[in-house]
Design a binder for this molecule. Structure first.
Ligand code: PLP
Length: 340
């Protein structure tokens, strides 16, 4: 059975994006954040292709995500560390925990330790142990592969970036960590001082342009395509869709597409989205499984034909009011994901 909805995924763009970020990381290794099912694209496929390109460090959020990827045998780190109920799985060695609280450090030690990563909080106040606790010996004797911190404002030119960089750099040599890692995608663009030994891009791998430095280098990876379920002629003065928000200013050719907000084509695209390279505007409300576009400019488009939605992330985010991250991670399970 063929799905009436597909997500075209460009394996060359994915690999080229990683290679570009690897180059921008200078002498640091370049890893990959593949949490949230590879930002919605499919974590197994993404990981396999990045591994083939040379990536050797992968980050997921939870042990459930790690377990699904375990058959690939890739080096994985679990960003949320270990809860008590994660320990049986964590002890199997399918991934390293990124320990991020004093409780987690104690839990890992009590279970016998073993290779781990540690998150230190340099100001985001989300996850991580404090630099002061690290200086007081919290991590002494642990086998730490990577000491990690995370930037709060890397997509902005904020003074906080340099404060976090300096706080993190001051921990060099304080622990036995083999490597240090600070930069996410946007952090890579902040310059060589942010790369340390390992970078951890996510969104830019998948086509996100979160800083101007990435424009012209980072390419779109994911493109939704939907099938036309019906083509109709709407007379001037009639309305289309829920709440009758769009009124035909003239006789209008309309295609109804098999795509809606349940597929992550969010309601913010109502009257704002585009298809067909800008030629075909979305009209009226996007509903759960359906939406309408004005196809007056496409006289030969018929029922059963496929339409490509405009999904370059910066423009799509601006049109919909969502972040580039949300647009990818909300893509639903109804697409046939097709890597080409
Ligand atoms: C998600 C995440 C990343 C990747 O961030 P992007 O902004 O998508 O590049 C890196 N590090 C940590 C700790 C993360 O949670």
């Amino acid at each position: 059975m063929t799905a009436p909805l597909r997500l075209r995924l460009d394996r060359h763009a994915l690999a080229d994006n990683w290679r570009a970020l690897d180059r921008m990381s200078g002498t640091a290794a370049c890893g990959a954040a593949i949490k949230a099912d590879g930002y919605g694209l499919g974590a197994s496929e993404v990981a396999g292709q990045l591994a083939a390109a040379g990536c050797r460090d992968f980050f997921v959020a939870s042990w459930a995500e790690a377990a699904r990827l375990a058959p690939l045998g890739l080096p994985l780190s679990v960003l949320h560390g270990v809860r008590a109920e994660d320990m049986p799985l964590a002890r199997q060695g399918i991934a390293r925990p990124v320990l991020n609280s004093e409780t987690q450090v104690a839990r890992w030690r009590a279970a016998g330790g073993g290779a781990c990563d540690v998150m230190v909080d340099t100001g985001i106040n989300r996850l991580g142990v404090s630099p002061a606790a690290v200086r007081d010996g919290l991590l002494d004797g642990l086998t730490i592969e990577t000491l990690i911190s995370h930037l709060a404002c890397a997509d902005e030119d904020s003074a906080m970036n340099d404060r976090q960089r300096a706080a993190f750099a001051a921990l060099a040599g304080v622990t036995g960590a083999r490597r240090m890692s600070l930069a996410n995608s946007a952090g890579i663009a902040l310059g060589a001082g942010y790369a340390f030994d390992l970078t951890r891009p996510g969104i830019a791998l998948y086509g996100g342009i979160v800083r101007p430095e990435f424009a012209g280098t980072i390419r779109q990876v994911a493109t939704p395509e939907a099938q036309v379920l019906q083509r109709r002629t709407v007379p001037a003065g009639e309305t289309v869709g829920y709440n009758a928000t769009w009124t035909a200013p003239r006789v209008t050719e309309v295609a109804i597409l098999n795509l809606g907000y349940a597929d992550g084509y969010v309601r913010g695209f109502s009257d704002r989205g585009r298809a067909g390279g800008g030629a075909l505007p979305v009209i009226g409300r996007v509903s759960m499984d359906l939406m309408a576009i004005d196809v007056t400019a496409a006289p030969n488009l018929a029922e059963g034909d496929w339409i490509t939605l405009d999904f370059a992330l910066p423009a799509a985010a601006a049109a919909s009011g969502m972040s580039q991250y949300e647009l990818l991670t909300l893509l639903g399970q109804r697409y046939a994901r097709q890597w080409g």
